[in-house]
Design a protein around this ligand. Structure first.
Ligand SMILES: NS(=O)(=O)c1c(F)c(F)c(SCCc2ccc(C(=O)O)cc2)c(F)c1NC1CCCCCCC1
Ligand SMILES: [Zn+2]
Length: 257
């Protein structure tokens, strides 16, 4: 579980020694080969409910030594695009360094600057903990971040606080904002596949949605993301991404042709 995070991104090939699921055949992330995806018209647009939070709602933003996590109220829900309803748990980011890209999923071998994950649990289970290891337990919305010409005001709501949580286990309360602003404009163009948490315990409990449209942040915003946080007393928290895992017998579906 989260507490015993003695693992590191230096030796991901050793995760399986302590967390058996990490050696499974439905692991994430993956490289998405677009030519091999299957168009599935039954994949409806993702519908979100309750994602616009008032500034009066305070959210915990934490440097947990592996990423920056924004805890989310269960009032945020996925109400379309999945067979069942899911409620939000947290969101976090994966990134590289000033000289390397750091997304987890890749598309035709391309790695993007960074990747957002919004983690949800299936409301057929009465808690996140009950859902986290179930095959249909989690839904993670993934979006690629790229460098664009303008500052992204929604990501600024997170990035402007990073210097206050430079150290591992530091946390700060931040005002609510429209969490949907962190996702692409079009929520109907996405890839869908069955996979896992990309960190120990690597449970194969995630129905992934990886959006085709990317989100643009300014160069300075990406720079703040990849240079602000540390772990283990002073080590730069960078390149916190797992390499693509084997697809094995899985297919990747696409909501578009
Ligand atoms: N891509 S991902 O969704 O698999 C993922 C990562 F890749 C992650 F790297 C992380 S952070 C590592 C796990 C962790 C460590 C410490 C704490 C804490 O001290 O509070 C919390 C969590 C991380 F938190 C998550 N998401 C978590 C999976 C870990 C266990 C359940 C928590 C919700 C989802
Ligand atoms: Zn993640």
């Amino acid at each position: 579980g989260p507490g015993d995070s003695h693992w590191s991104y230096e030796e991901p090939e050793r995760w399986g020694e302590h967390y058996l699921a990490c050696s499974g055949t439905m692991q994430s992330p993956i490289n998405i080969e677009t030519e091999k995806t299957i168009f599935s018209p039954q994949l409806r647009p993702i519908q979100l409910s309750g994602y616009s939070l008032p500034a009066s709602k305070k959210l915990k933003l934490k440097n947990n030594g592996h990423t920056v996590v924004l805890e989310l109220p269960e009032s945020l829900a996925i109400t379309g695009g999945y067979a069942q309803q899911y409620r939000a748990v947290q969101l976090h980011l994966h990134w590289g360094s000033p000289t390397t890209a750091g997304s987890e999923h890749t598309v035709n071998g391309k790695r993007f600057a960074a990747e957002l994950h919004v983690v949800h649990y299936n409301t057929r289970y009465d808690s996140f903990k009950a859902a986290v290891a179930q095959p249909d337990g989690l839904a993670v919305l993934g979006a690629f971040l790229e460098v664009g010409p303008r500052e992204n005001p929604f990501y600024q709501e997170i990035l402007k606080h990073l210097r206050k949580i430079q150290g591992e286990d530091e946390e700060v309360l931040v005002p609510g904002f429209n969490i949907a602003g962190l996702l692409p404009d079009s929520l109907h163009l996405y890839f869908r596949y069955n996979g896992s948490l990309t960190t120990p315990p690597c449970f194969q409990s995630v129905t992934w949605t990886v959006f085709n449209q990317t989100v643009m942040l300014s160069h300075d915003q990406i720079s703040v993301l990849v240079t602000s946080l540390q772990y283990d007393y002073g080590k730069p928290l960078q390149n916190n991404f797992r390499l693509p895992q084997g697809l094995h017998k899985r297919w990747v579906l696409a909501s578009f042709e």
